[in-house]
Design a protein around this ligand. Sequence first.
Ligand code: BG6
Length: 479
Amino acid sequence: ATEKSAVFIIFGGSGDLAHRKLYPALYRLYQAGMLKDHFAVIGTARRPWSDEYFRETVITSLEDFDDDKEKMTAFAQHFFYQSHNVNDSEHYIALKELAAKLDDKFDAGHNRVYYMAIAPRFFGTVAEHIKSEGLKTDGGYNRLVIEKPFGRDLASATELNDSLSRVFPEDEVYRIDHYLGKKMIQEISNIRMKNPTFEEALNSKYVSNIQVTLGESLGVEDRGGYYETSGALRDMVQNHIMQIIGSIAMDKPEELSAEAVHKVKTDLFASLKVLQPEEVKTEFVRGQYDTDNLGDQKAYRDEDNVDENSNIETYVAGRIEFSDDRWNGTPFYVRSGKRMPAKSSRIDIVFNDKVKDLGIKPNTTVSFLIEPEDGHSILINGIDYLEANQDFLKFPEDKTYFDNAREAYESLIIDILAGDHVHFTLWDELQSTWKYIDAVREQWDVEEPDFPNYLSGTMGPEAADTLLERDGNSWVWDD
Ligand code: BG6
């Protein structure tokens, strides 16, 4: 692997995301030799930590992944801590000086990665200070990495985007949707390219319906505060589910470059049929979990930092349509819920009987299993595609292919260092997906839901089944 050089500035460097995802990902790049001598990581956050203490926390975050103490210690020598108040200009100047010093020390090529692993309400403030205190470098690149949520509706997303774009033009911005870092999602484009018959069948002529499920067995855990401002629709549908649909339903790009892929994705999202208020009632279902059938689990309304009368949904199912030529008339059924019977992220493509004209068995279902990670696989009518032995879907040949995949964050950081936007979300796409989500949310906000309406450990409210039965269809994943 070619060595990369950069100084990373991690806002929120003492936080959970940084320790759980970013430091282990950076460490794997270090093991692979992609990060070696010419990089430094500055962690910033409010608490007054020393470099030594910060390094200890970094090493602790790696212990689940490696036991090479010496290597971890050497890696941690590239980490520095700067205590920081996001509103204090002085602190940005200190940060700028430290970054310049480390750039010299490690010969990091004047490249900067600014990583926002902080609460979203600070994104704009930090960006403005990066500009006013002149943190951006000349002579190398400046890249801004931003975690979700990107706004909570179109208006706030637009405001956020305006404040960021005054500092970082779109080509310097990397918006993370960690689902786009998952190997199975990334493979979809390759699978489409390598299987012409499958690709030929991917349109409303041959597809009865497409289902995207992001089911989770856990509840909101300790994220009640955040979740109360979000709900399943914003937390999972606006971003992950839409991007998954994008990968499977976009027109075939001319090539797999960022430009070509985003062009077809943007076109697809622009053709989302935004729902009228009356349609929201028939096309979307929301739910909130209760305790389980034994009364052992906490109902959502009893979780920490959750309002006892909360109307926030922990489950959503919907029927989405596109008006483009390729998909007009094909329903995309989507659902995501907390406290479902199992963790399962999957795409099920249900073909109709016309596919026999292409040599595919009528009513074949192709399923991409994305999560749980060790369950990665592609099924044809519920059978592993290697055993199903149907000619139209061949790839990859080896089952271990997915097992050896890089973890999402590792793969996304490699892309950031390479300046490749293909697996990140662009502003044009977000505008369309927010517009769609806003229409649902606005209707929900004026109607009182009857919550809680499903037991923990179940498949969600019954209305989610009726949604498909109405069309003569049913969910492929049904516990
Ligand atoms: C996050 C959501 O974006 O994705 C969480 O905020 C959710 O609520 C998580 O649990 C699911 O991701 P994964 O990779 O575990 O399926």
